[in-house]
Design a protein around this ligand. Structure first.
Ligand code: DGL
Length: 271
């Protein structure tokens, strides 16, 4: 496998573009082949077997296009398919899971109250139960499924402030937010709601996502295998989607190029 080969990144739809954006920022020499399955989104309300089959078929497509590694930029697909993907394909496969460890480590030993926002399927799966078990003994972990947030992104309503805030209030108003230490964004679509969520949460509540950690993990794995792209290579992102409409193509570009700022002070801007 050549280090100049592309990295395949996929998601149920447009959420994984928040991960592609992070990888492009952190590893600017990499060529990224992105595949969004918007025609079949959302995955998070489907039976696990269907999501597994879709993930396997997208991975096959990216491997056939010459990917040197795969990033499953979808917590839901990772929950149900990561083991099968690693059984079938002989290249590095990086998955994503809600960044519960990062949230709990913020307590430096004292108990944390954490809301994990994710899809219904991620929260139901065994993989998440195992993660919960590691942290729930010494922390309070609250699970909040937010399926409508995926729809809002896919239906091009992300810039409709009233719709966004209405959905966020529906999901979060029942909590005593002043007592919540952090909200974990356990779905890559939700990363696009960071600023709206910030409007609603107390300043003391952190918002945590796994994108920077995933890009870092990818770079460590590629480096260890001698597969990091040479610095002479011009990186970039090529986007494909199972929904061929021009609206999806346009929204994909817009989301990929949306400037963002994470709470660790890391800033990402338009290239
Ligand atoms: N973006 C996905 C995730 O990280 C899944 C969203 C969905 O299709 O339900 O979980």
């Amino acid at each position: 496998m050549s280090s100049t080969a592309p990295i395949g990144v996929f998601d149920s739809g447009l959420g994984g573009l928040s991960v592609a954006r992070q990888i492009r920022h952190d590893l600017p020499h990499e060529r990224i082949l992105y595949y969004g399955d918007s025609a079949n989104a959302p995955y998070g309300t489907r039976p696990p077997g269907e999501v597994r089959a879709m993930a396997l078929s997208i991975a096959r497509r990216l491997v056939d296009q010459g990917a040197k590694a795969l990033v499953v930029a979808c917590n839901t697909a990772t929950s149900v398919a990561i083991t099968n993907l690693r059984d079938v394909f002989d290249i590095p496969i990086i998955g994503m899971e809600p960044a519960l460890k990062v949230a709990c480590d913020r307590g430096h030993g004292s108990s944390q109250k954490v809301i994990v926002a994710a899809t219904p399927l991620t929260l139901k799966e065994r993989k998440f139960a195992a993660l919960m078990q590691r942290f729930a003994k010494s922390n309070m972990i609250l699970r909040q499924p937010c399926p409508d947030l995926v729809r809002i992104v896919e239906d091009r309503q992300l810039d409709d402030h009233a719709i966004v805030m209405d959905a966020l209030h529906r999901y979060f108003d029942s909590y005593d937010l002043d007592t919540v230490d952090s909200v974990v964004l356990g779905c890559t679509h939700f990363v696009f709601f960071r600023e709206s969520l910030r409007e609603m949460l107390p300043r003391t509540t952190a918002i945590i996502d796994g994108n920077a950690g995933t890009a870092h993990h990818l770079s460590v794995v590629l480096e260890s295998l001698g597969l990091l792209a040479p610095e002479t290579q011009k990186g970039g992102v090529r986007i494909n989607n199972s929904d061929p409409s021009p609206e999806i193509a346009q929204l994909s570009q817009e989301l990929l190029n949306r400037p963002w700022r994470s709470e660790s002070g890391h800033a990402g801007t338009r290239e």
